[in-house]
Write a protein that binds this ligand. Structure first.
Ligand SMILES: [Mg+2]
Length: 237
């Protein structure tokens, strides 16, 4: 049975030195005329649409599609410069990521695995962030945060994207989601998919264990061990 492997971006594949937060602060300030719009808004594991929706609400601004698009377009405009900017915050491809993606290649070539993205980033934001590290073209399809507030809604989007990319039709139990937050695990389990939780973002191994993820690892450097925990899929008896 073919397996669909879906990677989150921030805290899972890369850290961008908090470029996304700075770009979004700038965009919100420009559109709303107020600074610190993200001060009370949780970021990790959420879709960009959810973050902007809550930021507007917490600042007392009405959510409208034109306002949302204005923030999104400015954000994407600022993001590239912010990803390149000098920052004291870590900016890197996370440990084991390149090797893990390489180890998946032969499985893709033999047709037993498909690799895509499941991320809260806007598609353009994902392209900028991963493009900075030469990882964007590694992924042929994905589910992105442009149109959805709830991360759980991205699982069917990813299934559709895989089908449109010619990868076939996947049932949720054929899916492995790799992410760094409880929200990544939740969106997997909400559909009956499996989860690899990796503690390279803002959550610790202990916090991620509490999610019930099938596999919890400190980082992806021991990809083989992580992969053995979810593949090949063995049905529960
Ligand atoms: Mg993440």
């Amino acid at each position: 049975m073919k397996t669909l492997v879906l990677f989150d971006i921030d805290g899972t594949l890369v850290l961008t030195g908090r470029a996304g937060v700075r770009a979004l602060e700038r965009a919100l300030t420009e559109v709303c005329g107020r600074a610190d719009m993200l001060a009370d808004v949780a970021i990790a594991g959420r879709t960009d649409r959810a973050i902007i929706t809550e930021a507007l609400a917490s600042g007392g601004f009405a959510f409208t599609e034109p306002t949302y698009r204005a923030v999104r377009d400015r954000y994407c405009g600022y993001l590239e410069g912010e990803v390149r900017a000098d920052t004291p915050h870590p900016k890197l491809v996370l440990p084991g990521v390149v090797s893990a993606l390489e180890q998946l290649r032969p499985l893709e070539a033999e047709g037993t695995v498909s690799v895509g993205l499941l991320t809260g980033n806007f598609v353009r934001g994902a392209e900028i962030k991963l493009g900075h590290f030469d990882l964007w073209t590694r992924f042929r399809f994905g589910a992105f945060g442009d149109g959805h507030v709830d991360r759980r809604d991205l699982v069917p989007v990813a299934i559709d994207a895989a089908a449109q990319a010619g990868e076939g039709i996947f049932a949720p139990e054929q899916i492995v989601i790799i992410g760094d937050t409880p929200a990544d695990v939740d969106c997997a389990h909400a559909h009956g998919a499996r989860a690899v939780a990796v503690a390279t973002g803002t959550y610790s191994v202990e916090q991620l264990r509490a999610t019930g993820a099938e596999v919890v690892v400190p980082d992806l450097s021991d990809w083989n061990a992580a992969w053995q925990g979810v593949y090949p899929f063995r049905p529960h008896r």
